[in-house]
Design a protein around this ligand. Structure first.
Ligand SMILES: NC(=O)c1ccc[n+]([C@@H]2O[C@H](COP(=O)([O-])OP(=O)(O)OC[C@H]3O[C@@H](n4cnc5c(N)ncnc54)[C@H](OP(=O)(O)O)[C@@H]3O)[C@@H](O)[C@H]2O)c1
Length: 320
């Protein structure tokens, strides 16, 4: 995909979630060359660090603190971003987790499903009215949602195990899933991202919704709860050889791809890109438009049960 950076792009703003580690941090640094970056993360000190890096490189950044596992916090972040009044050109839903131990979100929901799907969905839906025509929303997804994806199956994934949004929120997955803890929650949550991209691309034709599979990135912190030895092997032995292995990547390469897809000036929408930037197909289930619409409708019904917080807290900080 050709990257283009029109002179006017510097006046634009790009929102990114999860900019404090791995792929997101690299993407935030790259996006700073295209305008103001709105950093959405849960850790103020880490956000400060990324802001500082961007400023030192001559860029501009604004931080919004939000815990995306908490739907109320995600909605509050959207209100704070809208209040900034920036010319938003795009949003990257990048934040994600793959913990091996399950936990509950603020709403009492499965923590992985809430962080990876429900929170980003709530943030995106709340931002839609504030996005100008042509704005591009990119979700960083994962091919492990596909039960036919051979490298994912070899690592223990059995594809997304969707029963309903409410069942996922309860941490219940369709039978026949993975024996590895956390894998079904992760795969199902990332399928939720893809369903959102495909359904929103049809529902909101004035905007663009696209998905990127960034490749397996042993150099990111996604496997942060693995033991220290495994993490060191992943970062210092596997990550350097990643560019030579099919389906593998590095945060630097993945960030370049995400930035290219996000800033692409074409009208393309509803496209799922692989780690090389080529269009790819998801699982048979996610290609079914009725299924995409069901996931979105069930997600909306679940989120409608969370009362709208009418008094956003002022927990943002603006710096350039
Ligand atoms: N790594 C891979 O092989 C791979 C493959 C396919 C897809 N992906 C996807 O790529 C995306 C980025 O992952 P990564 O590999 O770069 O992981 P990472 O290095 O662990 O970074 C994850 C980012 O998400 C943030 N985050 C986690 N929970 C959050 C929450 N509750 N609220 C707000 N932010 C939160 C983290 O913030 P903190 O710094 O505060 O923890 C961090 O900035 C994810 O969506 C992941 O599913 C990754």
């Amino acid at each position: 995909m050709a990257q283009s950076t029109p002179a006017s792009s510097i006046a634009q703003a790009w929102i990114i979630t999860g900019p404090t580690a791995g792929i997101g941090r690299r993407t935030a640094l790259g996006l700073a060359k295209h305008g103001t970056v709105v950093l959405v993360g849960r850790n103020r000190a880490k956000l400060d660090g990324v802001e500082k890096e961007i400023r030192e490189r001559g860029g501009r950044a604004v931080s919004v603190v939000a815990d995306l596992s908490d739907v109320t916090s995600a909605r509050r972040a959207a209100a704070q971003i809208a209040a900034l009044g920036l010319p938003i050109a795009g949003l990257v839903n990048n934040a994600g987790i793959m913990p091996s131990k399950s936990f509950k979100s603020a709403q009492g929901w499965d923590g992985t499903y809430a962080t990876n799907h429900l929170g980003p969905f709530a943030l995106t839906e709340a931002l839609v009215p504030y996005l100008p025509d042509g704005a591009n929303v990119v979700f960083v997804v994962s091919a492990v949602e596909d039960p036919e994806r051979k490298p994912a199956v070899a690592s223990g994934f059995r594809g997304a195990r969707y029963i309903s949004a409410a069942a996922s929120a309860r941490g219940e997955w369709a039978p026949g899933g993975s024996s590895k803890p956390g894998f079904d929650a992760y795969a199902t949550s990332k399928q939720g991202n893809l369903a959102t991209v495909y359904a929103f691309a049809r529902e909101f034709p004035r905007l663009r919704f696209n998905a990127v599979e960034p490749g397996f990135n042993p150099g990111s912190d996604l496997g942060r709860d693995a033991n220290a030895a495994l993490r060191l092997i992943a970062k210092y032995l596997l990550s350097p050889i990643a560019p030579m292995i099919k389906y593998w990547s590095t945060p630097k390469v993945a960030a370049r791809l995400i930035t290219n897809v996000l800033t692409d000036q074409s009208r393309r929408t509803g496209v799922y890109y692989d780690e090389k930037g080529q269009p790819m197909a998801g699982s048979a289930q996610i290609r079914n438009t009725a299924f995409q619409d069901r996931v979105v409708a069930e997600t909306r019904a679940l989120l409608a049960a969370v009362p709208i917080d009418e008094a956003p807290r002022s927990n943002r900080k603006v710096r350039s």
